[in-house]
Write a protein that binds this ligand. Structure first.
Ligand SMILES: NC(=O)c1ccc[n+]([C@@H]2O[C@H](COP(=O)([O-])OP(=O)(O)OC[C@H]3O[C@@H](n4cnc5c(N)ncnc54)[C@H](OP(=O)(O)O)[C@@H]3O)[C@@H](O)[C@H]2O)c1
Length: 315
């Protein structure tokens, strides 16, 4: 099969399209003929060697966590899928492998692809939407009437967070650059702030949840603008954010939480229901062919992507 691989940690130029042996599913895994994958900052961070302790020192490495495609084979214990099913999902862990013609995923990391979505649209959803769902619903306790601030609302996670917060019944304020104000409003934001003029954390504001998607704010700065039981949720696993999460986790008031996205079928099916209800749509910055994966990663690394970069894999 054709796959994007790299032989050492470093720049996107290390990525190469190569013929690799097809993966073999274990008893709990599904082999998927990948029709589309999508890229995330996680792929670039791992390629740069930022998570070496988890990603290890063996090469060549493949990349990619999001996928949509068609079931090619199933392991002996797989009960939920059969050959020919259309699926989408996200692999857990630090050994990505979905930017390839074939990929294996655990049965619980996949769900039936929403029929209304193309493979490209379905591949654009999992990692970022699951992050937004788990950050807002599980950590931020966002519910009907919650006042939510989403900082950095125009990127991969942000565009999903706006839509999911609205679907949870929240009133949503966003920050983005000025050029993206109308774009984010089009996703459903009630109030849009240009972060060069206002971060939304000024005195007089009172948020039930501040979701720091971009990750350049901090709990100590957000705390004065949180409601009594408000929660600050960040995406960045820095030592300070981990410490703030641990020290405030059991406090009755004002908590800091770090989201660590976890793929599971129940949540993928929540996303499918939101799609079916018309509450969630894929937001794609660009679709690139497999051979142009390095350029796709380069675009993400500008930190200016509007939504997702999707890799289309022709059959
Ligand atoms: N912990 C987890 O489980 C988890 C899961 C998913 C993602 N993450 C992390 O979450 C972060 C966001 O991921 P993503 O996929 O949304 O990234 P992304 O798509 O690369 O984000 C791009 C967006 O960042 C915005 N941005 C750039 N500079 C900014 C600034 N100074 N302030 C606010 N926004 C700014 C840009 O908006 P403008 O052009 O409008 O400025 C752009 O739309 C990454 O660090 C990623 O690694 C963590």
């Amino acid at each position: 099969m054709r796959a994007i691989v790299y032989d050492r940690y470093g720049a996107p130029e290390n990525l190469e399209l190569r013929l690799m042996p097809a993966p073999v599913p274990n008893a709990n895994e599904v082999l998927v003929r990948v029709r589309a994958a999508s890229l995330n900052p996680k792929d670039s961070l791992i390629r740069k060697g930022k998570f070496k302790a988890a990603s290890g020192g063996t090469f060549p490495k493949l990349l990619g966590y999001d996928l949509a495609g068609v079931v090619e084979a199933v392991g002996a214990n797989v009960t939920h899928f059969k050959v020919g099913d259309n699926v989408f999902g996200m692999k857990n862990g630090f050994t990505g492998s979905t930017v390839a013609e074939l990929a294996v995923a655990n049965e619980d990391e996949l769900a039936t692809k929403p029929a209304s979505l193309s493979f490209e649209e379905a591949a654009a959803l999992p990692l970022t939407s699951l992050t937004a769902l788990q950050a807002l619903r599980d950590l931020g306790k966002v519910t009907t009437g919650s006042r939510v601030l989403i900082h950095g609302a125009s990127g991969g996670v942000g565009v999903m967070a706006v839509q999911i917060a609205k679907a949870l019944g929240a009133t949503v304020t966003t920050t983005s650059s000025e050029k993206n104000l109308d774009f984010v409003r089009g996703l459903g934001a009630d109030e849009t702030l240009d972060y060069t003029k206002s971060t939304g954390l000024e005195r007089g504001r009172e948020w039930a949840c501040v979701f720091d998607v971009f990750g350049n704010q901090r709990f100590s700065k957000a705390s004065p603008a949180l409601a009594k039981h408000g929660v600050y949720v960040t995406t960045v696993p820095s030592p300070r954010n981990v410490f703030d999460d641990l020290r405030t986790r059991w406090l009755p008031f004002k908590k800091a939480r770090l989201v660590v996205v976890k793929s599971n079928r129940a949540d993928l099916e929540v996303l499918s229901k939101l799609v079916a209800a018309g509450s969630l749509r894929a937001v794609i910055d660009r679709v690139v062919p497999l051979a142009e994966t390095a350029a796709g990663q380069g675009h993400i690394e500008t930190k200016r992507a509007r939504g997702k970069v999707v890799i289309s894999i022709s059959v």
